[in-house]
Design a protein around this ligand. Structure first.
Ligand code: 3PY
Ligand code: MG
Length: 239
């Protein structure tokens, strides 16, 4: 069985706590698309009882480092374009000798200095997850080389952006999109990386499980709440 996570778009800590209590394996706090600034991100991470990965708005070293210093269990970088960019991202997330992330031992990730420095530096390299999204034409073109980059743990297929890049926007169950996914899965698994996919239906989840995905980011707090609100109102209207 793959791991199941949920995307969080609401800029408030409560959904992070809910995801943990509700039994999800992990959550993804979405700083790419949601209005979540670094201060709110800190509040949200504080409520995490399960691994909380942060989708950062870009792969710049200070953005990656900022999310990790704040206490993210890993970073997800969207719209990656190249092998060189992937290498820079992986190095921004890891300390010497695997990377060149800036060292500050006073941050939440180091329990505000209460984790001994040596333990902090070692545990980060061991535990932090580096996840890059395969959702542009150039990333798909170079996916075998991207999967081989040292320090990358997981390739995340973004079906909405990838379908757009393939000229079939929004057609996330199209055979061409699933075939591209199979290529990503093969590249990742050959290099012993995991593959995750964003899904927004049980049908899509089951298709990607059959293809061998290791983790599914299922929907988002906003979607689940909005749909539940509408459905409850419709049911009440039928009484
Ligand atoms: C996509 O489908 O493009 C995503 O990034 C999902 O979060
Ligand atoms: Mg995307």
């Amino acid at each position: 069985m793959p791991r199941f996570g949920v995307f969080l778009e609401l800029p408030t800590p409560e959904p992070v706590e809910m995801a943990g209590w509700a039994g999800w394996d992990y959550c993804v706090i979405d700083c790419e698309h949601a209005p979540i600034d670094n201060a709110m991100l800190g509040h949200m991470l504080r409520g995490a009882r399960i691994p909380a990965y942060v989708r950062v708005p870009n792969g710049e070293p200070e953005t990656v480092q900022g999310a990790l210093d704040n206490g993210a269990a890993g970073v997800i970088v969207p719209r990656v374009e190249s092998v060189e960019q992937t290498r820079r991202i992986a190095q921004s997330a890891r300390f010497f000798p695997r990377g060149r992330r800036g060292v500050n031992h006073m941050v939440r990730a180091a329990r505000f200095s209460l984790t001994p420095v040596a333990e902090y530096l070692a545990s980060v390299d061991r535990d932090v997850r580096v996840i890059v999204q395969i959702e542009t034409a150039s990333a798909l073109h170079d996916v075998e080389a991207i999967a081989a980059v040292e320090g990358v743990d997981e390739l995340f297929i973004g079906p909405y952006d990838l379908s757009q890049a393939m000229g079939i926007p929004g057609q996330v169950m199209d055979a061409k999109l699933l075939a591209a996914g199979e290529r990503v899965l093969a590249a990742a698994h050959t290099n012993r990386r995991e593959v995750s996919v964003f899904v927004n239906s049980i049908e899509a989840a089951s298709a990607w499980i059959a293809l061998g995905a290791d983790a599914l980011h299922y929907s988002a707090d906003t979607f689940l709440l909005a749909q539940a609100m509408r459905s409850a109102r419709e049911q009440l209207g039928r009484l």
